[in-house]
Design a protein around this ligand. Sequence first.
Ligand SMILES: Nc1nc2c(ncn2[C@@H]2O[C@H](COP(=O)(O)OP(=O)(O)OP(=O)(O)O)[C@@H](O)[C@H]2O)c(=O)[nH]1
Ligand SMILES: [Mg+2]
Length: 456
Amino acid sequence: MFNGDTIAAIATPPGIGGIGIIRISGPLAKNILTQLFQSKRATKEFKSHKLYYGHIIDPETREVVDEVLAVLMRAPHSYTGEDVVEIHAHGGPLILKKLLDLTLKAGARLAEPGEFTKRAFLNGRLDLTQAEAVIDVISARTERELKIATHQLQGYLSERIKKIRNCLREFKAHLEVAIDFPEEDIEIVPPKLWLSRIKKEVIEPIERLVKIYSENRALREGAVLAIVGKPNVGKSSLLNCLLKEERAIVTPIPGTTRDVIEEVLNINGVAIRIADTAGLRKTQDVVETIGVERAKEKISVADIILWVVDRSVPLEEEDREIFEEIKEKKTILVLNKCDLPSVLDTEILKKEFNLPIVSISALYHQGIEKLERIIFQQLLGNTSVPEFVPKLRHKQTLEKALMAARKAKEAVEKGLPPVFVSIDIQEALDALGEIIGETTPDDVLDVIFSQFCIGK
Ligand SMILES: Nc1nc2c(ncn2[C@@H]2O[C@H](COP(=O)(O)OP(=O)(O)OP(=O)(O)O)[C@@H](O)[C@H]2O)c(=O)[nH]1
Ligand SMILES: [Mg+2]
């Protein structure tokens, strides 16, 4: 068990409140309480988890400082896993400051931000992902964020990680036998079985976690949607339609939009930054050329593309060139001008491009709701609220683990000696251990806990 000094802090937010709480954690917690607390029923023996009514006395002057309720939570059954004392006093900044000073004089030291939670982690009360979730629970702005944080606090993410690690550990144990007794000529492991287990129980689950991260990154930071297509197909009309205002200039002249026009659109509570771009074509016009360059830059950063095609005219080589530009991206093919006689067949387009297709009329506002639904679905996937979302730190470490696991799989496939495979497996184990805090470097821990407020 981690054995530190005794720390104290005001645990309630600054300002005036009904009550304010001083929290003390560490080996001296009970001693400090005994020094400061006085009650009519001369209780010097505090029972754990029992609330006591009394007064805080300044030991030097013997003066009463405040009327309080105090509780001692004996190790290990407390938030930090150490002896913890909470003094519930009146919630004013001056009185709380005074009480805190008394605890410091009595032997505690001022806690650093997040130090209570850090102790909970060091004492094994929480793993690292759960400690991180504590910040998220406190700072959640929406129901969605709160739900995700609560799941992570309950250990949903760590459970997945532990399961993957168990499989890796089992494999490593098999490899070790083969390394230790090479002369026995034991078949290391039926390679087929392990290849399939590494794939199903390690690589695929990690890939899924990374995917959850990237799918939700867009939602956390606001997704970027780019409207692209040939000149004059109705891109700006579509932007106006989605925004429900005449934001961009619309004319029958191809090459109307020269610059990127950006606005924020709200679809089902998700902020989407939507960009109308210059029609993509080869042109001699200097301004338009710059516009086309900017459109291409937008494509490269977009999370999702609306590729607009004019349904009333045949596809041209230019349309296919645009498809080449965007085919790596998540794209919805939007067939515009469906109010006019159509010459494009959706079945044929589906075969050629293999994209979700929506038919609309930007001029008459037809099909827009369906398009919004598909945009939302494409961005969020079909799961409406994910159980948990890995953080950037998790994702980076997951990718490290993924690389190592893939290397291990390759090594088995190539029939390399078990020592080689074992090194890769260990690397994957270490990376995953970093996520839950088993092998996390100190500087990473410092960064994580410094994000907390004092008293948490
Ligand atoms: N019939 C019909 N006409 C449309 C529709 N959408 C757009 N238009 C017309 O098509 C022309 C071009 O529309 P824009 O929205 O400016 O097209 P754009 O793709 O932004 O064009 P550039 O900015 O030049 O690349 C305008 O005359 C629009 O009124 C539609 O759904 N049906
Ligand atoms: Mg335009």
